[in-house]
Design a protein around this ligand. Structure first.
Ligand SMILES: [Zn+2]
Length: 376
């Protein structure tokens, strides 16, 4: 089967994150078994009761407590939603050397390349174990990969994580963290402000402190990134009930993208310190912070064998990305990780997503070369 035919099958299966990914996993499982891999499912139930499945396929070793792969090719099976009016979303369509469909570049193009690459080898002749890892729920918080890391599903020495990078090796990525901050006040008639305390004014003071924290963070530099420091953003704010009432509550969402050399909870610690400062000058100040996302970034050494191999195969210098990827979870599984895949991230997550045919085919060659070099 050609890589294009495989991609056509993959995009034909709707695997939007909100649905179960059982159908695409079943397809991948069959393909892996046919190629001589042993397969194992690592399933969990999401918060609305839907079964989500991570699939690990191994060749050259057996599943055990200490299963270890020399090289893993990692792709997420879920996609972001698509507009129902986009007729090509689940029907791969070729135009001008481009293949259009939801997931064509993020990340089914990579998965199709990986399946094609492993079908070109004789798995019985592997010198070192090879794994294929297909995850769930990447688009909604890397949940599948986090689950695999949490249960320590297997150990991996080197991994190539599929994401659309136009085939540039990416050896570092920023993390991603979120906090919800609820500032409380005391409601009162706005004609008599001394009778209450405005939650909006309190939140504004706290946000000014966050602005200063953002400035402070610029001095902890990591020159591998653009911008070369942790950035933060207050992207949502909500507060008050009426224009003539002192607001009783004001909440805002704080997001930050930590550089991998910084602990992802640093901003949370700085926020706590800022709240403590506010309480010193305003003894009545009350505020609650909840944070359920603290994803660290990842960084693989410049001189890693995987980085140098992929640099020489692609002819492109390894770079970094400012968004979160499963590279961090692969690092937790013991791996030196590089993110690489066909297609451009700017084409992902929108109607008209596509992968260039040439890059898709080139990706098969790159992955074949990596398999030959690490596993034979
Ligand atoms: Zn993706």
């Amino acid at each position: 089967m050609t890589v294009q035919q495989t991609l056509s099958h993959l995009v034909g299966i709707n695997s939007v994150s909100s649905r179960s990914n059982a159908e695409i996993i079943e397809y991948l499982e069959q393909r892996c078994v046919r190629s001589g891999f042993a397969v194992k499912r690592f399933s969990y139930t999401d918060e609305i009761g839907i079964e989500k499945i991570n699939l690990v396929a191994l060749a050259g070793t057996e599943f055990s407590e200490r299963a270890e792969a020399e090289l893993a090719l990692v792709g997420h099976t879920d996609t972001v939603p698509y507009d129902v009016n986009w007729s090509e979303a689940t029907k791969l369509t070729e135009r001008d050397g481009k293949l259009f469909a939801r997931g064509a570049c993020d990340t089914k193009g990579f998965i199709a390349s990986a399946l094609t690459a492993v079908e070109l080898i004789d798995v019985n002749r592997l010198q070192r174990p090879l794994a294929l890892i297909f995850t769930a729920d990447e688009e909604i918080g890397l949940r599948g990969a986090k689950y695999l890391a949490q249960i320590n599903a297997l150990r991996v020495r080197y991994s190539i994580v599929g994401e659309p990078t136009s085939l540039q090796p990416i050896r570092a990525g920023k993390g991603y963290a979120l906090a919800e901050v609820v500032v409380r006040g005391r409601e009162a008639h706005s004609a008599y402000p001394a009778l209450g305390a405005s939650a909006i004014v309190r939140a504004a003071r706290l946000i000014s402190r966050l602005e200063a924290i953002g400035e402070e963070l610029k001095s902890d530099r990591h020159d591998g990134f653009d911008p070369p420091f942790t950035t933060l953003n207050v992207g949502l704010i909500k507060g008050g009930t009426a224009k003539n009432v002192l607001a009783g509550e004001c909440s805002f969402a704080l997001e930050w993208r930590p550089i991998p050399t910084q602990k992802p909870t640093l901003v949370l610690d700085l926020l706590d310190a800022a709240i403590a400062e506010e309480m010193k000058s305003d003894s009545d100040f009350t505020c609650e912070v909840s944070s359920d996302r603290n994803d660290s970034g990842f960084e693989t050494r410049e001189d890693s064998t995987l980085v140098t191999l992929l640099e020489s195969t692609t002819g492109k210098k390894a770079g970094s990305v400012a968004f979160g990827t499963e590279g961090a979870q692969m690092t937790r599984l013991g791996s030196e990780a590089v993110v690489l895949g066909p297609g451009d991230i700017r084409q992902a997550h929108r109607t008209g997503e596509f992968v260039p045919v040439e890059e898709l085919e080139r990706c098969v060659e790159i992955l074949s070369e990596a398999i030959n070099s690490f596993c034979f």
